[in-house]
Design a protein around this ligand. Structure first.
Ligand SMILES: *Cc1c(COP(=O)(O)O)cnc(C)c1O
Ligand code: SF4
Length: 336
């Protein structure tokens, strides 16, 4: 006999982060349509300059409608200007891409080793060096991790392991678990740092499994978010940040100074205030890596310094990021 279930019918489970990732918008026409800009054929670039559009729908939902100058849209929309060839803008702006692709681990700065844990990203940012390295998808595969961990193991000066990419949180949590299991018997490594844009562009990534892994790690934990504008934060991002903090992570943010996106004192001050409301402290404000196809985002050093001076006059010191540039061969990021 079939009886009525005593329980109300369960609603279908919410899509997991992988489904949301796959469901990202990759078509420029669809993106413009979604934002009410479908008739603006002038915004359609001739092509994507070899670097595809990719943006999760949740991030698109934070863009203003009918605004081609929206600061979130400008970070992801391919533009004609990407075809401009500008002196000094190269395909290997930081100068270490060869080594990045080679063994997946960079030991440039004292006490810190950086592992390119994944070449994938949930979003393709137009200003990123990654636009020239599609093969980055291949790097730091599991076998190379063993090699990388052997390097960390053999060097007791390494206090901190930095997971970078691409985006290290593109990896499944069980992969991260596998990676950090290899650290558990290394007394000299006291800290794990994760550089990621995922808690901002796809906050669903910070799910129960991930939080369980992070909370159980017997290390100091730092998560450096990569947000460039206050509008990137919403209630979902706040929730992801709260979970990360509850799991014991210190939250910092690193931004890139981008013309048209955040190159005003109001925008930068609002970004600092908004991230702090989510429990995140500003860390670095990066001058753009001089990557071919990104010249239209550049802000000159004089203006950058003036902007940070204005921030210093307006905000408590802890809300003022350090203005830096990465210069190949330096012993640290170079302060401006
Ligand atoms: C930026 C970077 C680091 C981290 O530098 P911090 O100043 O500690 O944030 C470490 N290793 C490499 C290779 C880097 O590029
Ligand atoms: S590495 Fe960071 S900046 Fe570059 S495309 Fe990925 S998320 Fe964007």
């Amino acid at each position: 006999m079939i009886t009525a279930s005593p329980h109300p019918r369960l609603s279908p489970p919410a899509p997991g982060w992988r489904e949301l990732w796959r469901d990202a918008i990759t078509d420029v026409g669809e993106l413009l349509q979604t934002l009410g800009l479908g008739d603006r054929t002038d915004l359609l670039p001739p092509d994507d300059a070899g670097f595809a559009l990719r943006v999760p729908r949740g991030f698109v939902a934070r863009m203003r409608h009918n605004d081609p100058a929206d600061p979130l849209l400008l970070q992801v929309l391919p533009q004609r200007a990407e075809h401009d060839r500008v002196e000094g803008f190269t395909t290997d702006a930081v100068g270490d891409m060869a080594s990045r692709a080679g063994h997946g681990i960079l030991h440039k700065y004292e006490g810190r080793a950086l592992l390119i844990a994944s070449g994938s990203c949930a979003v393709n940012c137009r200003y990123c060096f990654r636009r020239h390295f599609p093969y980055a998808e291949e790097i730091a595969a599991a076998s190379q991790w063993r090699e990388a961990l052997a390097l960390v193991r053999a060097d007791p000066s390494i206090r901190e392991l930095i997971l970078s990419g691409g985006d290290p949180l593109a990896l499944a949590t069980h992969k991260l678990e596998e990676l950090t299991r290899g650290l558990s018997d290394l007394p000299h490594v006291i800290r794990l740092r994760i550089h990621t844009r995922l808690p901002v562009v796809l906050p669903e990534r910070i799910d129960d499994t991930f939080i369980d892994w992070l909370a159980a790690l017997p290390l100091q934990k730092v998560v450096v978010l990569h947000a460039n504008h206050a509008n990137e934060f919403d209630a979902h991002v706040d929730a992801a940040c709260a979970r990360l903090r509850a799991a014991g992570a210190t939250l910092l943010n690193q931004s890139v100074l981008l013309r048209g996106v955040n190159d005003g004192a109001d925008a930068l001050a609002a970004l600092s205030e908004r991230m702090f409301a989510s429990g995140v402290l500003p860390y670095y404000l990066h001058q753009l890596d001089r990557v071919q196809g990104a010249a239209h985002f550049e802000v000159d050093d004089g203006r950058a310094l003036a902007l940070v001076d204005e921030l210093r006059a307006r905000l408590p010191g802890y809300l003022v990021p350090r203005l830096v540039r990465e210069v190949g061969g330096d012993a640290s990021k170079r302060a401006l």
